[in-house]
Structures are given as structure tokens and as C-alpha cells.
Design a protein around this ligand. Structure first.
Ligand SMILES: Nc1ncnc2c1ncn2[C@@H]1O[C@H](COP(=O)(O)OP(=O)(O)OP(=O)(O)O)[C@@H](O)[C@H]1O
Length: 620
């Protein structure tokens, strides 16, 4: 069988030079001259409001666009920020500010810090229980949370002033009192939003951003690369919430009052629409979406039909989003996000794999690499595995065969932590791993591929491999600090390693190709390369030859042999008997969840129980 390409080849190279400064340059220039160019104070106020929505949409984009987590209660974090500063500057420090208005310049940073902490806590409160929820459940939970915060703001009268709200919040002037020109307020908000965008952009360009996109693309695979998915999802909530909290503070000072009418349920949908309109998952899409919408809304307000029916404005937004989703599903700025700028060489480096020399192995013991004992897996009424016991020894390729539905993939899922076994034990280098999450199993040195190839389709091949190398890119905290040289050095080293692995798996030519534009054999090899990037000690291959032709299968056998020679032990599930018999040192045969044979390929070939199970009546 030969492979046919179904999608055109898409090559994506990082933007270098001046090109990458177009959007930030445009934002800075337009942002700086806007108050000078706009006709009058009314429009400067509109521009300041647009900046508030830029920050809101960019923060929500971290959740919805990058990480793929729907949040319909996002405005709650904005409310937290706005009320924090209102309570601080009016209730707590009000008398002090009256006596000394300049005190605003130290009270404001405190307000911002407290807003970050409170909104961050609110973000983790909503984030934590929703970590296991997706889709509809997540949407409803976030919507509910948003409403709880709004209702609390209405009813907690002694703190929030109830329906009346809090008035006389100091303006964003240099003196902290008096009448402040709108242009000054605008520039303060512009600086804040520019800083927020810079922080978000550097976070997105760091390994954290790549981990978020990996979670959005395929959470299960991201976990099997060692990414602690719950931690990163929680981080996305905290970052998104803190962004809304900070801009909430400045919004309150801009308006000089807050009350429950300042924030409606509808605002959640508007901000979400702006993210989608501009381009979810892009850096500049939400910025553009917010600016266009707020200005459009301000223009529309002058039309009599909109004055009579203000609800038309939201209706128009909904209509625009629907039309855009049909014509341009990626949003106005549908430009793909760059997930690394690090570049290696132009020519293929020497093919190499981080090899494990058993003699230096500090964990070297006489124990087997993997010992599975009495493993049982029950799905509802179906027993997929029944008391399965076997071992993988050092330096071995272990074949796993059995008819369809025998339980092979179920076994691999249990070993790699994708599913939790019902009973029994799994030891990897003497350590019990059957209760561990798949990310923890991966960090201990177990990598895997999937029966149906599961790449991060929207990423390039190199980016796929960098996700595989994620756990080595410094600790959790430095992963945030992408602009700093030591993180970039780490990234460059990982890129070099990825390129060596690409050469090793003979996929160097695909380095900058979008994964979705690879042919079937390239996909298989890239999936193996990505697994090898985790520097595994054991590699689990689930039917890697499915869909390959004869010569590709022979190549694959050679690749498996060189992986083993590099010190990685392999468990190979395969229906292709030639490959299984040539590549394996020993074969375990499963049938109906039970091991019926375990021995060298020659013995298995002649084993009557195997012939009976595999070939049925043809065995005779
Ligand atoms: N998550 C699940 N929930 C319910 N049943 C499952 C689940 N996963 C697997 N099964 C069932 O467990 C049995 C074993 O399936 P498994 O995929 O492990 O077989 P396999 O040996 O890998 O087969 P194949 O060679 O066709 O991939 C099948 O009957 C399957 O329907």
C-alpha cells in the first residue's frame, strides 16, 4: 500500500527581522498618536475603553484561544479588580487620600497587587474544580461562577455599596484629584495595557505557551509528554484572571465609580466574541477585535435605530461573528502563533539519540525494566485484561500480539498511566507506577505512540518535538521567563537535540512542515521522534506499521533496532507479523485479556495455542 498525501505541504518558518515588529510597532504608533489624532475628548474616552477591552480580550484569549478552556464568567475577575480598588481607595484609604491626594501613587500599586492576588485566587477557585471538566460542563460552571461574583457584589452591601455601588473613586491624574484630561487617563491605561501585552506575549512565546497550545490540541498526548496538564490549566486561569483584575482596577479609576450595572452577564459574551472575531489563539487578533468593536459601537450609538434599540449593538456583533465564522473561521487575524523562534542549523546534524549506557545507570539493579503483575482492567461489565503478568528485560524489544480486541492497547494505556488499572501492579525500574498520572509516568522515562497517530496537527514538526522536550526546559518558574538568556539557551539546546532526533528518525526534511501536511509514514516517524524527545528509557509503540507499505515497514524495523541500540527498551504492538517476528527478541501473546504464550519469536510461531487463537480454524 502506498501513502497518498491528502493535504498540501505547508512549510512554516519563523519570522525573523523586521517582519515580527509590524504588529507591536503598529500598536505602539497608533496607540501613542491616537489622542492627538482623535476629534475630541469623547473619542479619547472611547479609545481608553477600547484599551480596557484589549486587555480583557487578551487575557481571555489565554484561556479560550491558547489553552482551549471555555470561560463564560470571565468578567467576574474584572469585577474583583474594580471593587478591590474602589474599596481600597474610597472605603479604606478614603480619609487619607482626602488629606493627601498624592498618596494615590502608592495606594494604586497596592490596589493592583491586591487585585492580582484576589483575581488570581478567584481564578484558581474557578479553575480547580473545572480542571476535569470540559465543553458544556466547563461553560456552565464558569457562567455560574461569574453570576455568583456579580450577585455577591450586589448583595454584600457594606463592602460594595450594593446596587448604588461605590462613587468618588480618585481619577488617574498626576495629583490624584481634580479634573483629569481624558488624554492623561488614556495614556496611563495605554502604558498599563502595553505592559500587560508584553508580559502575555513573552509568556506565550515561552515553553508555557507551547504547553498551553499542546493541551488545547490534545490534552492526553500533552500529558504523555510529561506536561502536568492540570497545573498548566490552572496557570492559564490565574494568568487570565489576573489580567482582568489589573485592568479592572484601572477601569474603576477611569469611570470613577463602580456599581453592579458596570458589568453585565452580556459582557462575558461580548469579550468572548471579540476574541473569536479577532482570531482566538493569535496574539494580535483579540487586540484588533476589541479596538474595532468598541469604535464600531461608538459610531453606531449615533444612529437613531440603535438609540431606540440599544440591544441591536450586541445583535450586530453576534451577526458579524456568525458571518465571520463561515467566511473566515480563524478570525480576522488568522495568523498562526509562532511557538518557537529558536533556530538550529541549515543542514541535518549528525543523527543522535540521547543514549543510555546501562553501566552508568545509577538505578542499575538486577530488576527487570518493567514488571507487570496480576494486572486486571475492567470496563463496566467487560473484563479487558485478566491477571496479566509479564516482564520486560534490559536491552529487549518485547513484541505484544493478539487478535483484535485482545487487550493490547488497554495494557499499553495502563502502563503509560492513560488509564488506571482495576487491580494488580506495574513496576518500572523497581518503582510502583500503576497509580501515577500519565505525566508522572512520562517523566520517569516511559514514552509512547498511539494506534492512530496523534500529533499536534497545527504545530510544525519541530514544535511537536519541542513539546516532547518540554520537561527539560528548566524548572516550572523559569519557564515563564522567556526573554531571559538562560531560558533561551535552554531552548536552543533543546532545538539542537530535536534536530539530532529528526536526523536519527530520518525526518530532518520535515522540520518546518506543519504536522497536518505530512504523509502517513512521516507522521509515524515524527510521532516516534517526539516520543524520543522525552528521553525515554522505555518506548511503547502501538501498531507503528499500520498503513505502511513493505519498504516503509522494513525501514521502521531498522529504526526500532537503532532505538534499542541507543539503550531504549521497547514494547511493540503489531499486527504485521513479519515486522513483529524480525524486530522482537521475545513475544507475549494476549487473547481475550489473558496471556496465552510468552517466548522467542520462533517458539511463538509454532505455538498451537497462538495459532488457534490467532488463526482460528485455519490453524489446522
Ligand atoms: N475505554 C474503554 N471503555 C470500554 N471498553 C473498552 C475501553 N477500551 C477498550 N475497551 C474494550 O476492551 C477490549 C480490548 O480493547 P483493546 O483496544 O485493548 O484491544 P486491542 O488488542 O488493542 O485490539 P486492536 O488490535 O483491535 O487494537 C475491547 O473489547 C474494547 O472494546
Amino acid at each position: 500500500m502506498s501513502n497518498t498525501r491528502t493535504t498540501p505541504i505547508v512549510t512554516i518558518k519563523p519570522e525573523l527581522g523586521l517582519h515580527r515588529w509590524i504588529w507591536p510597532g503598529l500598536f505602539l504608533i497608533v496607540g501613542l498618536i491616537a489622542p492627538l489624532a482623535l476629534p475630541g475628548d469623547k473619542w479619547i474616552r472611547v479609545a481608553a475603553l477600547a484599551l480596557v477591552y484589549v486587555a480583557l480580550a487578551s487575557g481571555l484569549n489565554i484561556l479560550v484561544g491558547l489553552t482551549g478552556l471555555l470561560d463564560l464568567g470571565y468578567i467576574a475577575f474584572f469585577i474583583v479588580g474594580a471593587y478591590t480598588t474602589a474599596i481600597f481607595t474610597v472605603n479604606t484609604f478614603g480619609p487619607l487620600l482626602e488629606a493627601n491626594p498624592l498618596a494615590l501613587w502608592w495606594i494604586l500599586p497596592i490596589s493592583v497587587l491586591v487585585a492580582i492576588v484576589l483575581a488570581g485566587i478567584a481564578g484558581s477557585i474557578i479553575g480547580y474544580p473545572t480542571l476535569r471538566a470540559r465543553g458544556d460542563y466547563l461553560a456552565i460552571m464558569t457562567l455560574g461562577f461569574g453570576e455568583i461574583v456579580r450577585i455577591v457584589s450586589i448583595n454584600w452591601t457594606e463592602f460594595t455599596g450594593g446596587a448604588v455601588g461605590i462613587r468618588n473613586i480618585p481619577p488617574l491624574g498626576l495629583t490624584g484629584s481634580g479634573v483629569v484630561p481624558p488624554a492623561l487617563t488614556y495614556y496611563v491605561i495605554f502604558v498599563v495595557v502595553a505592559i500587560l501585552l508584553l508580559l502575555l506575549a513573552s509568556l506565550i512565546a515561552s515553553p508555557v505557551g507551547r504547553a498551553w497550545v499542546a493541551i488545547r490540541e490534545d490534552e492526553l498526548v500533552a500529558a504523555s509528554m510529561g506536561i502536568r496538564t492540570r497545573r498548566y490549566k490552572l496557570l492559564a486561569y490565574v494568568v487570565g484572571a489576573s489580567t482582568a483584575g489589573v485592568i479592572g482596577v484601572f477601569f474603576a479609576h477611569m469611570n470613577q465609580f463602580v456599581n453592579p450595572d458596570s458589568f453585565t452577564l452580556e459582557d462575558n459574551f461580548i469579550v468572548l466574541s471579540l476574541v473569536i472575531l479577532g482570531g482566538a489563539g493569535t496574539l494580535w487578533g483579540p487586540v484588533l477585535g476589541a479596538v474595532l468593536w468598541i469604535f464600531f459601537q461608538a459610531v453606531a450609538r449615533d444612529f437613531s435605530v440603535v438609540q431606540e434599540h440599544p440591544e441591536f449593538r450586541t445583535g450586530i456583533l453576534a451577526l458579524i461573528v456568525i458571518v465571520l465564522m463561515i467566511l473566515r473561521p480563524g478570525g480576522i487575524v488568522s495568523k498562526r502563533l509562532e511557538l518557537t523562534r529558536a533556530r538550529g542549523g541549515r543542514a541535518a546534524p549528525p543523527a543522535a539519540l540521547h543514549s543510555f549506557d546501562a553501566s552508568d545507570d545509577p538505578r542499575r539493579t538486577d530488576e527487570p525494566v518493567l514488571a507487570v503483575r496480576e494486572l486486571k482492567q475492567v470496563f463496566g461489565g467487560l473484563t479487558a485484561l485478566e491477571s496479566v503478568s509479564f516482564e520486560l528485560r534490559r536491552g529487549e524489544v518485547l513484541g505484544l500480539m493478539g487478535p483484535n480486541g485482545a487487550g493490547k492497547s488497554t495494557l499499553l494505556n495502563a502502563v503509560s498511566g492513560v488509564t488506571r488499572a482495576t487491580a494488580g501492579s506495574i513496576e518500572f525500574y523497581g518503582e510502583r507506577i500503576e497509580q501515577l498520572e500519565s505525566s508522572a509516568v512520562a517523566t520517569r522515562g516511559v514514552a509512547r505512540t498511539f494506534q492512530t497517530v496523534r500529533l499536534f496537527w497545527d504545530m510544525t514538526v519541530l514544535e511537536n518535538l519541542l513539546v516532547g522536550g518540554h520537561t527539560r526546559l528548566a524548572g516550572f518558574v523559569p519557564k515563564f521567563l522567556s526573554p531571559f538568556p538562560f531560558v533561551r539557551r535552554g531552548e536552543r539546546r533543546t532545538v539542537e537535540e530535536a534536530e539530532a532526533v529528526l536526523a536519527f528518525t530520518d525526518t530532518w526534511d520535515c522540520r518546518d512542515r506543519r504536522a497536518s501536511s505530512l504523509d502517513a509514514y512521516q507522521q509515524r516517524r515524527v510521532e516516534i521522534a517526539r516520543a524520543l524527545m522525552t528521553r525515554p528509557r522505555m518506548l511503547l509503540l502501538d501498531e507503528p506499521a499500520a498503513g505502511l507499505n513493505e519498504s516503509e515497514t522494513r525501514d521502521l524495523a531498522r529504526l526500532i533496532a537503532s532505538i534499542r541500540a541507543a539503550g531504549v527498551d521497547v514494547i511493540l504492538i503489531e499486527h504485521d507479523m513479519d515486522l513483529l517476528m524480525t524486530a522482537s527478541d521475545r513475544i507475549v501473546v494476549l487473547d481475550h485479556g489473558v496471556i496465552i504464550a510468552d517466548g522467542p519469536p520462533d517458539e511463538i510461531r509454532r505455538n498451537p495455542a497462538v495459532l488457534e487463537a490467532y488463526l482460528g480454524s485455519d490453524a489446522e
